[in-house]
Write a protein that binds this ligand. Structure first.
Ligand code: HEC
Length: 123
Protein backbone atom coordinates (compact mmCIF):
# COMPACT_ATOMS: atom_id res chain seq x y z
CA UNK A 1 0.00 0.00 0.00
CA UNK A 2 1.24 3.48 -0.87
CA UNK A 3 1.85 6.15 1.70
CA UNK A 4 -0.97 8.63 1.29
CA UNK A 5 -0.99 12.36 1.92
CA UNK A 6 -3.26 11.68 4.89
CA UNK A 7 -0.71 9.65 6.86
CA UNK A 8 1.94 12.26 6.09
CA UNK A 9 -0.28 14.87 7.72
CA UNK A 10 -0.79 12.58 10.73
CA UNK A 11 2.96 12.37 11.16
CA UNK A 12 3.26 16.16 11.16
CA UNK A 13 0.53 16.34 13.82
CA UNK A 14 2.29 13.72 15.94
CA UNK A 15 5.59 15.55 15.66
CA UNK A 16 3.98 18.86 16.65
CA UNK A 17 2.39 17.17 19.67
CA UNK A 18 5.70 15.67 20.72
CA UNK A 19 7.39 19.04 20.47
CA UNK A 20 4.75 20.83 22.52
CA UNK A 21 4.92 18.06 25.14
CA UNK A 22 8.66 18.58 25.36
CA UNK A 23 8.05 22.29 25.86
CA UNK A 24 5.66 21.52 28.74
CA UNK A 25 8.17 19.24 30.44
CA UNK A 26 10.78 21.97 30.24
CA UNK A 27 8.60 24.41 32.19
CA UNK A 28 7.73 21.91 34.96
CA UNK A 29 11.39 21.10 35.61
CA UNK A 30 12.22 24.75 36.33
CA UNK A 31 14.23 25.25 39.55
CA UNK A 32 12.19 25.29 42.76
CA UNK A 33 11.36 28.70 44.12
CA UNK A 34 12.98 29.61 47.45
CA UNK A 35 9.55 29.72 49.11
CA UNK A 36 9.19 25.96 48.79
CA UNK A 37 12.39 25.47 50.78
CA UNK A 38 15.23 23.10 50.18
CA UNK A 39 15.34 19.59 51.54
CA UNK A 40 17.05 20.25 54.85
CA UNK A 41 18.89 17.75 57.01
CA UNK A 42 16.88 16.03 59.74
CA UNK A 43 19.91 15.15 61.89
CA UNK A 44 21.16 18.73 61.82
CA UNK A 45 17.63 19.90 62.53
CA UNK A 46 17.41 17.68 65.61
CA UNK A 47 20.73 18.95 66.95
CA UNK A 48 19.79 22.56 66.28
CA UNK A 49 16.33 22.19 67.83
CA UNK A 50 17.66 20.40 70.92
CA UNK A 51 20.03 23.31 71.47
CA UNK A 52 17.71 26.19 70.53
CA UNK A 53 14.15 25.06 71.17
CA UNK A 54 14.75 22.23 73.65
CA UNK A 55 14.68 24.46 76.71
CA UNK A 56 10.92 24.74 76.19
CA UNK A 57 9.81 22.14 73.65
CA UNK A 58 10.27 18.40 73.92
CA UNK A 59 12.23 17.94 70.71
CA UNK A 60 12.94 14.20 70.65
CA UNK A 61 10.16 11.68 70.11
CA UNK A 62 8.95 10.10 73.33
CA UNK A 63 6.39 10.38 76.05
CA UNK A 64 7.81 12.95 78.46
CA UNK A 65 6.29 16.39 78.79
CA UNK A 66 7.88 19.45 77.29
CA UNK A 67 10.29 21.12 79.72
CA UNK A 68 7.98 24.12 79.51
CA UNK A 69 4.48 22.58 79.57
CA UNK A 70 2.87 25.39 77.57
CA UNK A 71 5.13 24.60 74.63
CA UNK A 72 3.76 21.75 72.51
CA UNK A 73 6.13 18.80 71.98
CA UNK A 74 7.70 18.73 68.51
CA UNK A 75 5.89 15.46 67.89
CA UNK A 76 2.62 17.34 68.32
CA UNK A 77 3.78 20.24 66.14
CA UNK A 78 4.83 17.76 63.44
CA UNK A 79 1.35 16.24 63.42
CA UNK A 80 -0.54 19.53 63.45
CA UNK A 81 -2.42 19.75 60.15
CA UNK A 82 -1.11 22.57 58.00
CA UNK A 83 2.28 22.76 59.74
CA UNK A 84 4.25 23.10 56.53
CA UNK A 85 7.69 24.57 56.00
CA UNK A 86 5.94 27.80 55.06
CA UNK A 87 3.78 27.80 58.20
CA UNK A 88 6.85 27.14 60.32
CA UNK A 89 8.61 30.10 58.74
CA UNK A 90 5.61 32.35 59.32
CA UNK A 91 5.37 31.20 62.93
CA UNK A 92 9.03 31.92 63.57
CA UNK A 93 8.77 35.37 62.00
CA UNK A 94 5.74 36.53 63.91
CA UNK A 95 5.65 37.42 67.56
CA UNK A 96 3.78 35.44 70.20
CA UNK A 97 2.84 36.24 73.75
CA UNK A 98 4.15 32.93 75.07
CA UNK A 99 7.12 32.14 72.86
CA UNK A 100 10.12 34.41 72.36
CA UNK A 101 10.81 35.61 68.86
CA UNK A 102 13.91 33.68 67.89
CA UNK A 103 15.98 34.61 64.90
CA UNK A 104 16.49 31.42 62.93
CA UNK A 105 18.25 31.21 59.58
CA UNK A 106 16.11 29.79 56.73
CA UNK A 107 18.61 26.94 56.27
CA UNK A 108 18.21 26.01 59.92
CA UNK A 109 14.44 26.07 59.59
CA UNK A 110 14.77 23.77 56.56
CA UNK A 111 16.65 21.37 58.83
CA UNK A 112 14.13 21.70 61.67
CA UNK A 113 11.33 21.08 59.18
CA UNK A 114 13.12 18.01 57.81
CA UNK A 115 13.37 16.74 61.38
CA UNK A 116 9.68 17.48 62.03
CA UNK A 117 8.79 15.36 59.00
CA UNK A 118 10.46 12.36 60.67
CA UNK A 119 8.07 12.75 63.63
CA UNK A 120 4.97 12.69 61.45
CA UNK A 121 2.73 9.72 62.12
CA UNK A 122 1.21 7.62 59.36
CA UNK A 123 3.76 8.60 56.74
C1 HEC B 1 11.15 30.09 75.76
C2 HEC B 1 10.39 28.93 75.38
C3 HEC B 1 10.37 28.53 73.90
C4 HEC B 1 11.43 28.38 73.03
C5 HEC B 1 12.91 28.56 73.29
C6 HEC B 1 10.85 27.93 71.76
N1 HEC B 1 9.48 27.86 71.88
FE1 HEC B 1 8.18 27.32 70.38
N2 HEC B 1 6.61 27.64 71.63
C7 HEC B 1 6.71 28.01 72.96
C8 HEC B 1 5.36 28.11 73.52
C9 HEC B 1 5.03 28.49 74.95
C10 HEC B 1 4.46 27.79 72.46
C11 HEC B 1 2.95 27.79 72.51
C12 HEC B 1 2.52 29.16 72.08
C13 HEC B 1 1.07 29.31 71.89
O1 HEC B 1 0.38 28.32 71.67
O2 HEC B 1 0.65 30.47 71.91
C14 HEC B 1 5.29 27.50 71.30
C15 HEC B 1 4.77 27.15 70.04
C16 HEC B 1 5.52 26.81 68.95
C17 HEC B 1 4.98 26.45 67.64
C18 HEC B 1 3.52 26.45 67.23
C19 HEC B 1 2.87 25.14 67.51
C20 HEC B 1 1.45 25.12 67.00
O3 HEC B 1 0.87 24.03 67.08
O4 HEC B 1 0.93 26.15 66.57
C21 HEC B 1 6.04 26.18 66.83
C22 HEC B 1 5.98 25.77 65.37
C23 HEC B 1 7.24 26.38 67.63
N3 HEC B 1 6.88 26.76 68.90
C24 HEC B 1 8.50 26.17 67.14
C25 HEC B 1 9.66 26.48 67.86
C26 HEC B 1 10.99 26.30 67.32
C27 HEC B 1 11.30 25.76 65.93
C28 HEC B 1 11.86 26.72 68.30
C29 HEC B 1 13.37 26.76 68.23
C30 HEC B 1 13.96 27.39 67.09
C31 HEC B 1 11.06 27.13 69.44
N4 HEC B 1 9.74 26.97 69.14
C32 HEC B 1 11.58 27.62 70.63
C33 HEC B 1 7.86 28.24 73.68
C34 HEC B 1 9.15 28.21 73.17
Amino acid sequence: MRVTGQSCLMRTVALTLALSLAACTATTTAPESPASGSEGDAARGLAFAEATCGSCHRVAAGLEMSPYPAAPPFEEIANTPGMTRLALGVWMQSSHPSMPQLVVEPEQLDDVHAYLLTLKRGG
